[in-house]
Design a protein around this ligand. Structure first.
Ligand SMILES: Cc1cc2nc3c(=O)[nH]c(=O)nc-3n(C[C@H](O)[C@H](O)[C@H](O)COP(=O)(O)OP(=O)(O)OC[C@H]3O[C@@H](n4cnc5c(N)ncnc54)[C@H](O)[C@@H]3O)c2cc1C
Length: 465
């Protein structure tokens, strides 16, 4: 008989979430992680570290707003990158401490090493000292995460050519920063490093930034790039780079232009980490990107083996990873629960930030009749008061039912207030429900009521069928 009821491979956000849920349900859990530090991308390199950087950038931008109250503003105020990194380290250590306490309290056994399958019910663990240990694994959750994709012929070197995971290892703000890829991470980093003092150029192969996001969100961010002096070159690829003896880079673009930069960050996506898992031994065939495919219960094609988080190559967000993993653990322990992405929000920490849930306008229109209600941040007295009038609310309602099927907010506090719209999507709220709510005044959330009223006007203007 196995010593464990559940073996979890990967100690990032997904793995920890699965382990904690299984332990709460009474299982004896073994959590395997390659590195001694738990937390994975969320805690060590991605979510929290990047939010320390964006906090510092926002703080600097907000300092400039002191002028409206007669607070003297130091022209050219700069943040010290080393101090930002110290703050990032403190945040990471704080979260690592919280996680360690939870793991101890729930009696989860943690083993440090690299795991791979020996069969569908057995896992081999290579410990850091090279010794190998076999574990029986009646149920397994795979949560091995992802790693950044490099451009062909341009490997990451951690010094000049960086992945998003390397940014908090930089020792200073680059004077000239070239970002390849105007996806979510590329856009977030462009605003951050511009605020911190870099000259930023972003190159993007597609026809616009933030491909896949609502087109109005992408248009707003593109306008803000321009206002901030961030150069965005779309339909442009990076063909090759030359690095001089001084460490500076000359980047040759597909347009024929050459851009000089001190550092290059390539943010063109991530690939699931599955190579070391020996999935074939478990009977699992990964998808074309190496991803593990699961059903809505987070179970793979092999009964008893579940997967969650970035290794699925779906949303690649900590927020989703946590819930997917909880669902996986519950099903592994005999419950019957399904993952529902329809009301899962996501945030983009640009400036202004973005909060979205449900369908984009493009997707909604492709599916049928929709009515869109809008409200600008400049229509909200709270935004005028705060001096944050850039942005909009965009609510997408299903034409026949008037139910909310998508919401996109770009502006102050968007990543926070979007949860209200997420709940509205989940509960099947109609335009009337959102309009007739009482909103605290003055707040930015009033934008939901105004955008819903705008949609109702449009519904009212329709000729009855
Ligand atoms: C710059 C940046 C900013 C981000 N910002 C946000 C954000 O604001 N909000 C958000 O929701 N998400 C954000 N993300 C995404 C988020 O970080 C990831 O979605 C999340 O960390 C995924 O968690 P995971 O547990 O699936 O994988 P990971 O965090 O990658 O953890 C996987 C763990 O498994 C271990 N492992 C791998 N293979 C093995 C093996 N064979 N044996 C044992 N252990 C193994 C790894 O070492 C790692 O510790 C950001 C990402 C980046 C890069």
């Amino acid at each position: 008989m196995s010593a464990y009821g559940l073996v979890v491979i990967g100690g990032g956000e997904a793995g920890i979430s699965a382990a904690l849920r299984a332990a709460q349900l009474g299982a004896k859990v073994c959590l395997i992680n390659r590195e001694p530090e738990l937390g994975g991308g969320c805690v060590q390199t991605g979510t929290l570290p990047s939010k320390t950087l964006s906090n510092a950038a926002h703080f600097l931008e907000n300092l400039k707003k002191g002028k409206r109250y007669g607070i003297p503003v130091v022209e050219g105020a700069k943040a010290d990158y080393k101090t930002i990194l110290e703050s990032r380290h403190k945040t990471t250590m704080c979260e690592v401490g919280i996680l360690a306490t939870l793991i101890r309290k729930n009696a989860i056994e943690t083993l440090i090493g690299t795991a791979s399958f020996k069969g569908p019910r057995s896992v081999e663990l290579r410990l850091l000292d090279g010794t190998v240990r076999a574990l029986d694994s009646p149920k397994t959750v795979v949560a091995t995460g992802s790693r950044p994709v490099a451009l062909p012929g341009l490997p990451f070197d951690g010094k000049t050519v960086l992945s998003p995971d390397d940014l908090t290892a930089l020792d200073a703000v680059p004077g000239r920063f070239l970002i390849v890829g105007a996806g979510v991470i590329g856009c977030e980093m462009a605003f951050i490093f511009r605020s911190l003092g870099s000259e930023v150029v972003v190159v993007e192969k597609a026809e616009r930034a933030l491909l896949g996001q609502d087109h109005d969100v992408a248009a707003l961010i593109t306008r803000e790039f321009k206002k901030r002096g961030i150069r965005l070159l779309v339909q442009t690829g990076l063909e090759r780079v030359e690095t001089g003896a001084d460490g500076r880079v000359r980047a040759f673009l597909s347009s024929g232009e050459t851009v000089e930069a001190d550092r290059v960050m390539v943010g063109i996506g991530r690939r699931p980490s599955t190579e070391e898992l020996n999935l074939a031994a478990a009977g699992i065939t990964p998808g074309p990107r190496g991803e593990i495919q699961v059903d809505e219960r987070m179970e793979t094609t092999v009964p008893g083996i579940y997967a969650a988080g970035d290794v699925l190559a779906r949303f690649m967000l900590s927020s989703m990873a946590v819930v997917e993993a909880r669902i996986a653990a519950e099903n592994a322990l005999g419950r019957a629960v399904k993952m529902d992405y329809t009301c899962a929000p996501w945030g983009i920490y640009t400036d202004p930030e973005v909060g979205s849930v449900g369908l984009t306008e493009e997707w909604a229109r492709a599916g049928g009749d929709v009515v869109i209600g809008q409200c600008g941040y400049n229509d909200l007295v709270r935004s005028c008061l705060d001096g944050n009038v850039t942005g909009f609310f965009k609510l997408i309602f299903d034409g026949p039912t008037r139910r909310l099927v998508g919401a996109h907010v770009a502006g102050q506090d968007a990543s926070e207030i979007i949860h209200f719209a997420a709940l509205a999507v989940k509960m099947g709220a109609r335009a009337e429900d959102l309009k007739d709510m009482v909103y605290n005044h003055p707040t930015v959330s009033e934008g939901f009521g105004k955008a819903a009223a705008d949609a109702l006007n449009k519904f009212g203007q329709r000729t009855p069928a």
